[in-house]
Write a protein that binds this ligand. Structure first.
Ligand SMILES: [Cu+2]
Length: 113
């Protein structure tokens, strides 16, 4: 019976809307990017305003260098497991690169919506 399923689906949808409605604030999320030899993975992350991106070094030495779009970041991840993060407060498309491996095309992008 489709009508019963539709009713159930509707109830679940309403419950989901209600739970979101009672949440104190929109929860900021953190997107994870891995820095490896010689790429960022994923190369492009899409986040929402006020979300964070966290870069984790898998191996080698890398930098996360970003200067355009009002988001200044120049952190060096010199060892395996080293981490840096940034919060993005403006919408836009922010390209960054690893200054050590820019010749190898080690770059990424953060798209903030
Ligand atoms: Cu690098």
């Amino acid at each position: 019976m489709t009508t019963r399923n539709d009713a159930l689906r509707c109830a679940l949808a309403l419950a989901a809307v209600a739970s979101v409605g009672f949440a104190p604030a929109v929860q900021a999320k953190t997107a994870s990017v891995l820095a490896d030899d010689f790429s960022f993975s994923p190369a492009t992350v899409k986040i929402k305003k006020n979300d964070k991106v966290r870069w984790t070094n898998v191996q080698g030495s890398h930098s996360v260098t970003m200067s355009k779009g009002g988001q200044d970041l120049d952190d060096i991840l010199s060892g395996s497991g080293e981490v840096t993060s940034a919060k993005f407060k403006k919408k836009g498309s922010f390209s960054y690169l690893c200054t050590f491996h820019s010749d190898e095309g080690m770059k990424g992008k953060v798209v903030v919506r």
